[in-house]
Design a protein around this ligand. Structure first.
Ligand code: EPZ
Length: 422
């Protein structure tokens, strides 16, 4: 197993190229199930989760010509014949549920292993299933599998999500794309990753109204497969936000390239409150250091509010802010596993339910720490950049699920970080 050995950084300097967004790539790869042609996707991040989904599609019979070192994959789903996403893959990546909507829409039946629990919370998929039932699917849960059938095809209807769900919205948009008639999704997710999925479908024969709003209307093609043109994935706003935190915590100036600052509104606003300043162009962000980092109050919410996927990184940053910071996690009930590891490094954090109170500024000391989920891993890397001595971050397979070449990108801007074998 790999781990990262990180020494305290004096400061970082230079440019970091941001990769394509993992959470945009996953639904877009699943979307190719709706195509009648082979589709090349560019700007895919070279991360484990993308390989997992491509493997799942290959297992189902798709032909995937993958060149992730060049960030592209050509996917031909015309040969897809299996409709069962088995436990061995789904247990390694919950986002496998994204094949449910498109396979059901195309074949009239689909089986997906129930994802089960997760390190950051229960993460049920009931809203996906309820919405598909509204569209006429019959759903049974048997022996750990979701069995969904819609022999007469899915039918457009009105769906009101009780809660905003990102992959739930993506799943239903894809199911609705081939349905009979129109589907209106109320309380839809507005994340940029959902927006890109809708824009690509809309540009390839599926009319969608309300893109980027909480009410989406998808006009289905009545079973006609789509002719999807090649496209490129949007930049990863969470990867970008993580490197902005790396610059902020080390009091460095960094320029991020191939990034869209519009997707980072809430993140940049919080960093500004903390004293950081920015120079922004249409595809770059330069962050200028603040000699004193101010404390902050954060509540995680759905886009366009502050993202839960940046909570752990800001928590690490808050340990270096002057005064008391408060971070409330509203999306996932167990997304504070990094707190105990940061405490082991010397952070002064108290947890009360879903609220973390961070007293700063504290001196952190390098030690052995364990990554517990993807974003928790990056929070530990951030803390390690300012901790005295040396920190070893173990179980970085979590990190490898979603950060493309993290140690290489940080090395290139001057960090002392090495990937080693246990
Ligand atoms: C997506 O997960 C992201 N994953 C997550 O990114 C991200 O943290 C999350 O959205 C929130 O922004 C991908 O895009 C692949 P949700 P998703 O359905 O879609 C509850 C990362 O680090 N809910 O929007 O699974 C759920 O429990 C990851 O990259 C139900 O109750 O999240 C949560 O409390 C981790 N029933 C809330 O809704 C459902 O059927 C939002 O979850 C579905 C969700």
């Amino acid at each position: 197993m790999d781990y990262l050995k990180i020494k305290k950084a004096s400061s970082l300097k230079g440019k970091i190229k941001i990769s394509g967004a993992k959470n945009a790539s996953l639904p877009l790869i699943a979307m190719t199930i709706l195509a009648k042609n082979s589709v090349t996707i560019n700007n895919l991040p070279n991360v484990a989760d993308i390989k997992t989904l491509l493997k799942l599609l290959s297992n189902l019979g798709a032909l995937c010509n993958t060149d992730l070192s060049n960030n592209s994959a050509t996917i031909d789903t015309t040969t897809l014949h299996e409709t069962k996403a088995t436990y061995d893959i789904v247990r390694t990546m919950r986002a496998s549920i994204l094949v449910l909507g498109p396979i059901l829409a195309r074949f009239g039946h689909c089986e997906v292993s129930l994802p089960g629990g997760c390190a950051i919370g229960q993460r049920p998929v009931d809203l996906h299933l309820k919405a598909l039932e509204h569209m006429g699917a019959v759903i049974n849960i048997e022996a750990g599998y979701i069995h969904a059938t819609a022999p007469k095809g899915l039918k457009g209807c009105e769906i009101i999500f009780d809660k905003i769900t990102v992959t739930g919205t993506a799943n239903i948009v894809m199911a609705a794309a081939l349905a009979q008639g129109s589907t209106t999704i109320i309380n839809a997710a507005r994340e940029p990753e959902v927006v890109q999925l809708c824009e690509i479908l809309n540009a390839n024969g599926v009319k969608i109204e309300g893109i980027g709003t909480a009410v989406l209307t998808v006009y289905g093609t009545n079973g006609n497969l789509l002719d999807i043109k090649d496209f490129s994935v949007i930049p990863d706003r969470i990867e970008a936000g993580t490197y902005l935190c790396a610059a902020a915590i080390t009091k460095s100036e960094l320029t991020l390239e191939d990034v869209n600052a519009k997707h980072l509104g809430a993140v940049i606003a919080k960093l500004e409150e903390m004293g950081l300043t920015f120079s922004i162009t249409p595809n770059t962000i330069t962050i200028h250091p603040a000699q004193t980092i101010k404390h902050v109050k954060i509540i995680t919410q759905e886009y366009p509010a502050f993202p839960t996927d940046m909570q752990a990184q800001f928590l690490a940053l808050a340990t270096q802010a002057e005064g008391t910071s408060i971070i409330e996690e509203r999306l996932f009930e167990n997304r504070f596993m990094h707190v105990s590891e940061l405490q082991r490094m010397g952070a002064n954090i108290s947890l009360n339910g879903n609220v973390a109170t961070i007293e700063g500024k504290t001196k952190l000391s390098g030690t052995d720490v364990m990554a517990t989920d993807l974003r928790a891993s990056s929070a530990l890397v951030l803390a390690a950049l300012v901790a005295d001595g040396e920190t070893s971050v173990h179980r970085i397979y979590h990190l490898d699920r979603g950060y493309d070449s993290l140690e290489k990108k940080l090395q290139a801007v001057g960090a002392d970080i090495q990937r080693l074998k246990e």
